[in-house]
Write a protein that binds this ligand. Structure first.
Ligand code: HDL
Ligand code: ZN
Length: 438
């Protein structure tokens, strides 16, 4: 490996300002958690207890607890009934004290603690808790973003979530924070229409389960009102692995899905000059008792995405798929449809081995015309480990391509490297949203 080139890329990658295009973080006005003081329905989560209560650790701690039939076992309902601090204590003891932290999420917490200047091997959480309790949230956000190298955080704002809806209605300026950008995320319209229909009707929209009357027009009015209120950078929805885009289907369920998708979501994105993000492959609630930790994944039929891209050539679709097995098909399909913009190594793919595998594949097939990563952070400090790692891995994969180019006879300048990394970590996204009307 050409160490000189690798080092040049790593140094430049360390200085590029990052836009994180998909997070579950919120500006503080939405309500921030208070270390040591549970309750208050916070939307912005931060601090050691929330870091360790993250749903990735719920999966991992259940794998090391005694089996249900043995003494000391714990069921999901009992676990979720515990206060967040007790859950964090259990996670720390089981995954960090009784054994070395090895998993992606565990090593990430070690990286966060070290980056914040803390010893990562305390026997319990006492010192961490007093350190976080002394932090001022606004200054802490700035420090975390500085350590992560992130200058813009894109939120996931969900108008069908009652708590989030109430925060917007209480304070129309709730998102007015230059560090954060809104996104309107509306899964229920296409994934859970009966639930969405009930809520819309309760909110005064003239909608019907069977899409009769002016249902489509009223869903559009709902979306327009939230675009006016939130001024989102893009629209978003997640789709289950088995979704089908078949506008001509005789199956009423498929026909209605296609109408809501095409005539509401895509038509609204088109009218407002917005991208529509499609996050495809989450099998929600395969283990319901695990609650937010209970989602699995499934492979999807890429032909459904082909149908969407062909039906709407004038709309750009930000696309991320959850199954590792779908990634090559997504890259090839994106070569055929320039209005498909692959992004991120999503959720269970946000691991060292998968970031490398997927980024190498995308660079080889798409050059630098994609968005390699988003953090998906739910707890503020996760930005630090997720971006320190991704920036390094993306730089390594890009350097490998430059080495191939130099092997073929081309030398790559620092200016060209910087332009490429800016494209990947900020520019490809910025170019698309500036094209729209916000
Ligand atoms: O649907 C999504 O946006 C996913 O990212 C889920 O929120 C998931 O629970 C998650 O947090 N993944 O990291
Ligand atoms: Zn997410």
């Amino acid at each position: 490996m050409d160490d000189g080139l690798q080092q040049r890329v790593e140094q430049i990658a360390a200085s590029i300002p990052i836009t994180d295009i998909h997070t579950h973080l919120y500006s503080p006005a939405f309500g921030a958690s208070r270390p040591g003081d549970p309750g208050g329905d916070p939307l912005l989560l931060w601090g050691i207890d929330e870091l360790l209560a993250y749903h990735y650790f719920v999966d991992e701690v259940f794998r090391v607890l005694p089996a249900r039939s043995e003494p000391g076992s714990l069921g999901p309902a009992q676990f979720w009934a515990m206060p967040v601090a007790d859950r964090a204590d259990l996670v720390w003891q089981k995954l960090f004290v009784e054994r070395p932290p090895v998993s992606e999420a565990c090593v990430g917490v070690v990286d966060v603690l070290t980056a914040l200047g803390l010893e990562p091997d305390e026997p319990d959480l006492t010192r961490y808790r007093s350190w976080f309790a002394a932090r001022d949230i606004d200054a802490h956000i700035d420090e975390v973003m500085r350590l992560a190298g992130v200058t813009k955080l894109v939120m996931t704002n969900e108008p069908f979530t009652d708590l989030e809806r109430s925060r917007w209605l209480e304070n129309p300026r709730v998102a007015d924070d230059p560090r954060f950008a809104p996104v309107v995320r509306v899964d229920p319209i296409v994934e859970r229409w009966p639930e969405a229909c009930r809520k819309l009707a309760a909110w005064g929209y003239g909608v019907a389960d069977d899409l009769s009357g002016d249902t489509i027009g009223e869903v559009r009015r709902f979306l327009d009102e939230w675009i006016e209120r939130a001024r989102p950078e893009y629209l978003a929805c997640s789709l289950s692995p088995g979704y089908r885009h078949e506008p001509d289907s005789d199956d009423p369920a498929l026909h209605d899905f296609a109408r809501l998708f095409d005539e509401c979501l895509v038509a609204t994105a088109r009218e407002h000059g917005l991208m529509l993000a499609l996050m495809i492959g989450a099998n929600r609630g395969i283990h319901p008792e695990m609650q937010i930790a209970g989602d699995g994944l499934g492979k999807t039929d890429i032909n459904q995405l082909v149908s969407i891209a062909r039906t709407h050539p004038d709309v750009t679709f930000l696309v991320t798929l959850l199954s590792r097995e779908d990634q090559h098909e997504l890259c090839v399909t994106a070569r055929k449809f320039a209005n498909i913009l692959p992004f991120g190594c999503w959720w269970y793919l946000n691991t060292t081995s998968q970031i490398r595998e997927i980024t190498r594949m995308r660079l080889e097939l798409l050059g630098t015309a994609f968005i390699p990563q988003h953090s998906d952070a739910r707890v503020l400090e996760q930005l630090i480990y997720k971006w320190r790692q991704s920036r390094r891995l993306i730089g390594e994969c890009l350097a490998e391509r430059y080495i191939e180019a130099e092997r073929a006879g081309l030398s790559v300048s620092d200016a060209a490297i910087e332009a490429d990394l800016d494209r990947l970590l900020r520019g490809n996204y910025a170019a698309r949203i500036s094209a729209g009307v916000h």
